[in-house]
Design a protein around this ligand. Structure first.
Ligand code: SAH
Ligand code: SF4
Length: 366
């Protein structure tokens, strides 16, 4: 079914909620588990077609409930094989999801919010401001809608990264609700080690994740080597300073063989010097960590320039010499506005072009 049809959406409900729902309709809890299986493992989209339920119940259910995925409004295919999807939610809010195939692996880059309030100076999504948090249904719906569009069969090897629009740790409850359904073998069956949440450094969220035994992997957008530089790039550093963020990271309990990932967007002459390497080395000394270096994707309205490739390679080499594993994360889909930090609803007819598109509600740390 498509967005726009009224009725309660079953998508987003977890097993307990579905059990309670069927019980309220006079049915045994195992019917709820059947629904859960149909929604997430078989990826059924039509309540009336759930033939493992008896016909009366199916019809009663279909009278009030539906299975609604986000509406695919646009598909932009890159020459590197990745694709950007423009999705429209039931209230007409637009979001984006990116599909990235690599060998036999597929990675989906998910949005956690419509827009973002964090306001990093190098990110296009920041220019949209925050519209609202996404629900677990809308996060699950991104995977299900793109899997359907790309004909990805259930049980395929998928990686999920919360690196699309938004700050996942400012919407942690809904993000974690979706993660539990993604990771559940009875749900979508994507192991936690193949799911990564990326954060700009929301310290209370890092601590909440640390306390959750069923957490996915964590990546921290470091992007700077000292307080002053980081505050300039990421004003949220005033509220959650680097020193305290690093303390929370050092206290983060890692599983066997797990590493904490630090992302670092390289900006020419700003954060890519030899002194920066030394400071990053100090910050990460003794930690079980790796660094993902991200070439900066420039664009209109943003101030910085990308570091030249030789500088990127030198930065990588110098970190490695300091025993910090560093990898180059080449952004995919640059030609279609799908690369890191480029998500801004291009093609949705609402590209922000003026200062009036800045966040309406200014974040409290500014
Ligand atoms: N809000 C979260 C996740 C989404 S951003 C976070 O900030 O971590 C995902 C990654 O894209 C972050 O590491 C961010 O630093 C990076 N990024 C943002 N804008 C970019 C740009 N213009 N070029 C390259 N990477 C960018
Ligand atoms: Fe938000 Fe992440 Fe972009 Fe910063 S980099 S504005 S936190 S999406």
């Amino acid at each position: 079914m498509n967005a726009g049809i009224s009725g309660h959406n079953l998508l987003g409900l977890d097993r307990q909620e579905l059990e309670r729902l069927v019980q309220s309709l006079g049915k045994a809890p195992y019917r709820g588990r059947q629904l859960y299986h149909a929604l997430y493992q078989r990826r059924e989209r039509d309540v009336a077609a759930l033939t493992d339920l008896d016909r009366n119940f199916r019809e009663a259910l279909a009278a009030h409930y539906e299975i609604t995925y986000p509406d695919l409004q646009g598909e932009f295919i890159s020459k590197d094989g990745s694709a950007r999807y423009l999705l429209r939610l039931q209230d007409n809010t637009a979001i984006e999801t990116v599909y990235m195939p690599e060998g036999d692996r597929i990675t989906l880059c998910l949005s956690s919010q419509a827009g973002c309030a964090v306001d990093c100076r190098f990110c296009f999504t920041a220019l949209l401001g925050l519209k609202r948090n996404l629900s677990a249904a809308e996060i699950l719906g991104q995977v299900l809608a793109v899997a359907r569009a790309r004909e990805i069969p259930p049980r395929s090897r998928l990686n999920l990264v919360f690196m699309g629009m938004g700050e996942p740790l400012l919407n942690l409850a809904q993000v974690m609700k979706s993660v539990r359904i993604f990771a559940d073998p009875q749900g979508l069956g994507i192991p936690l080690r193949r799911i990564t949440i990326s954060t700009s450094g929301i310290i209370p969220g890092v601590r909440d994740l640390a306390d959750d035994p069923r957490r996915p992997k964590l990546a921290i957008s470091l992007n700077a080597s000292n307080e002053e530089q980081r505050t300039e790039l990421m004003p949220i550093n005033r509220k959650y300073p680097l020193r305290e963020l690093m303390r929370a990271c050092r206290a983060y309990p890692l599983r066997a063989r797990e590493l904490l990932t630090f992302e670092y967007v390289l900006l020419d002459g700003f954060n890519d010097t030899d002194e920066d390497v030394v400071r990053v080395g100090e910050l990460l000394r003794g930690m079980r960590a790796k660094v993902n270096l991200i070439p900066y994707n420039p664009g209109p309205g943003l101030l910085y320039r990308p570091s030249p490739l030789e500088r990127v390679l030198a930065f990588q080499q110098l970190l490695t010499e300091r025993n910090i594993p560093a990898y180059l994360r080449i952004s995919r889909g640059q030609d279609i506005g799908a690369a890191c930090g480029q998500l801004r609803l291009e093609g949705a007819g609402q590209i922000p072009t003026t200062a009036s598109m800045r966040p309406v509600r200014l974040p409290s740390w500014r």
